[in-house]
Write a protein that binds this ligand. Structure first.
Ligand SMILES: Cc1cc2nc3c(=O)[nH]c(=O)nc-3n(C[C@H](O)[C@H](O)[C@H](O)COP(=O)(O)O)c2cc1C
Length: 349
């Protein structure tokens, strides 16, 4: 495994900058990653196979709890993931994503399964993480909160999460709306814990850029839709492979929350992508509910969709990202305008 740059190691290792001095983050093992990246959780897309492949390839793998149709199936999935990853000392840590919105009626049952299997990382979305932070810390896990603006970031920080996932404009599924430059800058002024950036990231160069901007890690969803391990239909994967940013439409008509969708799938579902109706009702009742039916027919993807050029195994996708990341570092070092020499010269002027 390639070691992470020292500044990233410093960022992800335990310290008390976030004020949480009574915890140990050892089980998160983020210093074992090949590149600072998380395969983001995706409804109907990421399951145990994608998580295990991502972790074996050297990045964090994750899935949303509601992809398992019942808490009993969730229990089986987590057992499977643990069994497969526990035997690999080089595997990256895995993560599970749980919806915190009051309309998600399985939150308590899913959280009981989380407490049983103790995933190293828990990622909360669409609501306050406050109810679960303490219990995850008690078993040695860390909590990352997915947020779309500084107001939610402040609330998550007050709940003593370990990391913030900034979902910026262009993200697949429920999207943010802020420019990543603005978002990272504003949050880094006061947040000293782990900072993860998502939205349109699909290359090793972009992963390096997240670090240059002041984030610690990148959050990639859309790029992994077109993977062999992805649980969606072949037609969905093909639509992703053929799409570029012009094929992405932002609308709150489908779920009541602003999300990015593939234009062609909206048309196939009977919508006019250029004249979407008013917002739908927010409802995350359960994987078997209306939300599931909507997402099955209408397919989500982010503006970075053009980074997926063919359907590949997750391992190959990660290997390409690792290669691009290291080439990008070499390109920066070799660029006389960006090199340490130029930087030193500037300092002495
Ligand atoms: C098809 C799809 C489904 C998603 N489902 C979820 C989900 O269940 N929970 C969640 O927190 N985020 C979900 N997301 C958002 C991702 O976790 C992540 O924020 C996003 O993919 C990052 O932007 P990118 O797609 O441009 O890489 C989904 C994204 C996509 C594309």
């Amino acid at each position: 495994m390639n070691p992470l740059p020292p500044f990233l190691l410093e960022a992800v290792c335990y310290d008390d900058r976030a004020g949480n001095s009574d915890m140990t983050f050892s089980s998160a093992k983020l210093d074992t990653l090949r590149i600072p990246a998380i395969q983001a959780p995706m409804f109907l897309i990421s399951g145990p196979d994608m998580v295990v492949s991502a972790c074996e390839a050297g990045i964090v793998g994750s899935f949303p709890t509601q992809n398992a149709r019942t808490p009993a199936i969730l229990d089986q999935w987590m057992k499977k993931i643990r069994t497969r990853l526990d035997s690999d000392p080089n595997a990256a840590p895995w993560a599970v994503n749980i919806i915190m919105h009051p309309s998600y009626d399985r939150a308590k049952a899913d959280f009981d399964v989380i407490l049983k299997h103790k995933p190293p990382i828990v990622i909360t979305a669409l609501g306050s993480p406050a109810a679960l932070v303490e219990q995850v810390h008690r078993y040695g896990g860390i909590v990352l909160a997915d947020v779309i603006n500084p107001e939610y970031a402040k609330k998550a920080a007050a709940a003593k999460v370990d990391g913030l996932v900034l979902v910026s404009a262009g993200a697949g599924g429920h999207t943010g709306y802020l420019s990543p430059f603005v978002f990272v800058h504003e949050i880094r002024r006061w947040w000293h814990g782990l900072l993860v950036l998502g939205g349109g990231i699909g290359t090793g160069q972009a992963i390096l850029a997240t670090q240059a901007m002041g984030a610690d890690m990148a959050y990639l969803g859309t790029h992994f839709i077109a993977s062999e391990e992805s649980q969606c239909q072949t037609e969905y994967k093909q639509m992703v492979v053929q799409a570029d940013s012009g094929d992405i439409v932002t609308s709150d008509a489908i779920t009541g929350v602003k999300a990015n969708w593939l234009r062609q799938s909206l048309s196939n579902g009977g919508y006019d992508p250029d004249d979407m109706p008013s917002p739908g009702k927010i409802d995350f009742t359960s994987a078997a509910g209306t939300q599931n039916k909507r997402w099955k027919d209408i397919w989500a993807a982010g503006q970075g969709v053009a980074s997926a050029k063919s359907v590949q195994p997750v391992r190959d996708i990660v290997n390409t990202l690792v290669d691009e990341y290291h080439k990008a570092i070499s390109a920066v070092v070799a660029n006389p305008h960006l090199s340490t020499k130029a930087h030193k010269k500037e300092e002495t002027l």
